[in-house]
Design a protein around this ligand. Structure first.
Ligand SMILES: [Mg+2]
Length: 103
């Protein structure tokens, strides 16, 4: 699965969700995204040793939390009938024009 393009990932998640009857409205997906973003934030704080906490490497699992966010982003895109690969390409073209590279 690691070499799939964005459309293939969206299709995979669409099947995964339907097979489990896990369809949820965008508002629920958004709430879940915020929860997962909080888990990413907690990992970042651990990585910075925020508050002097002693955190072992095994307590930091950024890979899993970013994967959770990607799953939800793909699920949200499906729920909103958005081709995320096309949307991303168009937005990056806009960004490239708006923010030209420094010489
Ligand atoms: Mg998580």
């Amino acid at each position: 699965m690691e070499n799939k393009n964005i459309k293939e990932l969206q299709d995979h998640i669409d099947n995964f969700v339907k097979e489990r009857d896990w369809q949820t409205p965008p508002s629920d997906i958004l709430t879940h995204m915020i929860e997962e973003l909080g888990e990413v934030a907690r990992n970042v704080l651990h990585m910075k040793n925020y508050g002097g906490q002693h955190t072992s490497e095994k307590d930091i699992n950024m890979n899993e939390e970013l994967a959770d966010l990607l799953y939800l982003l793909l699920k949200m895109s499906n729920e909103c009938n958005i081709n995320l690969g096309e949307a991303f390409a168009r937005k990056m073209e806009k960004n490239a024009q708006r923010f030209p590279p420094k010489k």
